[in-house]
Design a protein around this ligand. Structure first.
Ligand SMILES: *[C@@H]1O[C@H](CO)[C@@H](O)[C@H](O)[C@H]1NC(C)=O
Ligand SMILES: *[C@@H]1O[C@H](CO)[C@@H](O)[C@H](O)[C@H]1NC(C)=O
Ligand SMILES: *[C@@H]1O[C@H](CO)[C@@H](O)[C@H](O)[C@H]1NC(C)=O
Ligand SMILES: *[C@@H]1O[C@H](CO)[C@@H](O)[C@H](O)[C@H]1NC(C)=O
Ligand SMILES: *[C@@H]1O[C@H](CO)[C@@H](O)[C@H](O)[C@H]1NC(C)=O
Ligand SMILES: *[C@@H]1O[C@H](CO)[C@@H](O)[C@H](O)[C@H]1NC(C)=O
Length: 538
């Protein structure tokens, strides 16, 4: 009897902590079986895909990891990538952060599953594959796909550039590229299909997806893409760092004022500094993001993305993309008074309405163009019509560039556009403005990953629908392949040029016609009349 209990105990333990060994080309890893919300799946976390980017690898393109002997323990997430001196209390951060995680259904490999490769957001300065913003991917895995998450370098560790071959820049994007290559080489050992990889990301992660789409050097590493609130034309290279060399120089000088402008000296000096000194200096000079690199064999981005997308010179994969209904609330409207002050500033200074990406032609009357832009949103003041201010600022941040990309890319590949409007109990960390959308930037991610527990039936239904649409697209390149699926009961039409029907994801799913047609007509007119070509973004 006693014996039997003991045996049962051992069996239970081995069920819960079942050893999952996989032989990868570089060595053997041990993952684990885990259960969340009654769903059991396999996880392999903290697999190195690059040599730790320390010492003279700091700021440089990642180097693929070397093979190992014995069994590598892949049962715990590794540190997040360090960025600024300020860190949300959460997972530990370090420079040694280039690790990848794979989550699969608990099953024996019979047929190869589609793979979803997640690139987190966070403005290229924060974010992590395992923090509260990415959460647990089991809601997607439940739909029988494999989910891959990983860390890429942030802040100056990922994006410092001397605008020459000394520090080319875009190390963080090159980390993403290497992680995609790792996925091609390894995912079949997890039961994944390397020919069915979809890359997806939110915000800076969406812009990263966009950067890969616009870059032939990533061709063949994925067959579909999803851009959530950010894509190729959003925060384009050149706008996140107006003068990268100056940023590098300022960071170095803020640590030692006698550093010269010589790129080698800046590199050698900054590579010799402890991480906490660098992170402090970056916090005080914080500008980081993709740059246009000088021509070099190791350069990744060397062209402006607008022209590439417009001319069809990009990876013409199917694209699912969209935005939330009130993007800008996250930036202007945490508190209503903040929003009011911002609206007033734009009322008093119409030239503020001109996007940096427009790069106006010399001699442009900025006030006049600002007024022209405003008329598409309101003929009153923004102050008296706050909803129109939310619309304008949301378009300015993420919506305009996304719609323009949908229009341009649909000339070459299928594009599906959505708006996420569902307002659950979790999504009110900002003001509500009468007549405006309610959902701020990035809030759709709460329904793809398990970040906070969902409580209401409507929230759970929204998660089921989102994960079904996203995984349908990963499986079949069509988010609604089955008209009779009772969960969706809808056919999501493709974008066709400037006609942009979209799926509104609210308490119901509904196809709506022509998103922002008037506003986009105005923006096209303004860009093509007053903007300097080639455009930086849109
Ligand atoms: C898990 O299963 C138990 C027993 O069937 C049930 O009571 C519980 O509500 C389930 N929890 C979730 C999150 O589905
Ligand atoms: C995998 O196959 C083995 C041997 O056929 C079987 O014992 C085991 O239950 C299977 N596991 C799963 C998760 O289906
Ligand atoms: C970077 O350097 C190139 C020439 O090497 C120059 O044409 C370009 O303007 C520089 N970029 C910036 C942002 O300063
Ligand atoms: C600052 O840089 C100068 C020039 O490279 C060097 O001589 C000096 O020792 C440095 N000072 C400190 C405190 O690192
Ligand atoms: C503002 O007025 C102009 C001219 O009458 C009109 O074309 C435009 O649609 C109006 N804007 C809004 C947002 O109603
Ligand atoms: C599906 O949508 C159609 C048309 O909107 C509606 O008539 C039908 O009742 C819906 N079916 C289900 C199962 O919701």
């Amino acid at each position: 009897m006693m014996h039997k209990q003991l045996l049962l105990g051992v069996l239970l333990i081995s069920f819960v902590h079942a050893d999952l060994l996989i032989d990868l080309p570089d060595g053997t890893i041990r993952g684990y079986e885990t259960t969340t919300e009654n769903y059991t799946y396999y996880a392999y976390r903290g697999i190195p895909f690059a040599i730790p980017p320390l010492g003279n690898l700091r700021f440089q393109a990642p180097v693929p990891n070397a093979p190992w002997d014995g069994i590598l323990d892949a049962t715990e997430a590794k540190d997040c990538c360090i960025s600024t001196s300020f860190s949300l209390s959460g997972p530990a951060e370090s420079e040694d952060c280039l690790y990848i995680n794979v989550y699969t259904p608990a099953r024996n490999i019979t047929e190869k599953l589609p793979v979803m490769f997640w690139i987190y957001g966070g403005g290229f300065t924060t974010g992590c594959s395992t923090d509260i913003f990415s959460g647990d991917p089991h809601p997607l895995v439940t739909e029988d796909v494999i989910v891959v998450t990983f860390n890429y370098r942030l802040g100056l560790y990922g994006f410092l550039s001397t605008n020459d071959s000394v520090i080319l820049g875009n190390a963080g994007l090159k980390d993403q590229l290497l992680a995609m290559k790792w996925t091609q080489k390894n995912i079949e050992y997890f039961g994944g299909d390397p020919e069915k990889v979809t890359i997806f990301g939110v915000s800076a992660g969406g812009m990263s997806v966009g950067a890969h789409i616009a870059n032939k050097k990533s061709a063949g590493l994925y067959r579909a893409a999803i851009c959530q609130s950010g894509c190729s034309l959003t925060s384009s290279a050149l706008t996140s760092q107006s003068d990268p060399k100056q940023v590098a120089y300022d960071v170095a000088r803020s640590i030692n004022s006698s550093i010269s402008e010589n790129s080698e000296e800046i590199r050698n000096f900054l590579q010799s500094q402890p991480a906490d000194v660098l992170s402090n200096a970056f916090s005080a000079n914080s500008q980081a993001g993709p740059v246009i690199e000088v021509e070099d064999d190791d350069a990744y981005i060397t062209d402006r993305q607008f022209g590439l997308i417009e001319s069809g010179n990009f990876n013409q994969v199917p694209l699912l993309m969209g935005t939330t209904s009130g993007e800008s609330l996250t930036f202007y409207g945490i508190l209503l008074p903040e929003l009011i002050v911002a609206a007033l500033a734009y009322d008093l200074n119409p030239q503020y309405l001109i996007p940096t990406r427009l790069n106006p032609l010399p001699g442009t009357d900025l006030t006049e163009v600002g007024e022209l832009i405003k008329q598409a949103y309101t003929n009153q003041s923004f102050l008296l019509n706050l909803a129109s201010f939310v619309e304008f600022t949301s378009d300015n941040l993420f919506v305009r560039s996304s719609l323009k990309q949908a229009e341009l890319q649909s000339n070459y590949s299928p594009v599906y556009f959505y708006q996420f409007s569902f307002s659950g109990t979790l999504t009110h960390i900002h003001a509500t403005v009468e007549g405006a959308g309610k959902i701020g930037h990035g809030e759709d991610v709460l329904y793809l990953f398990d970040i906070f527990p969902l409580t209401t039936d409507e929230e759970l239904l929204t998660r089921s629908r989102m994960t079904r649409l996203w995984t349908n697209f990963a499986k079949t390149l069509n988010p609604t392949p089955d008209e009779s699926d009772p969960l969706l009961n809808i056919t999501w039409p493709q974008v066709s040029g400037s006609n942009i029907p979209y799926l509104d994801i609210d308490t119901t799913l509904e196809i709506k016609p022509g998103k922002k047609t008037n506003e986009m007509a105005m923006w096209n007119k303004v860009y093509y009349t007053y903007g300097q070509q080639p455009f930086i973004g849109f």
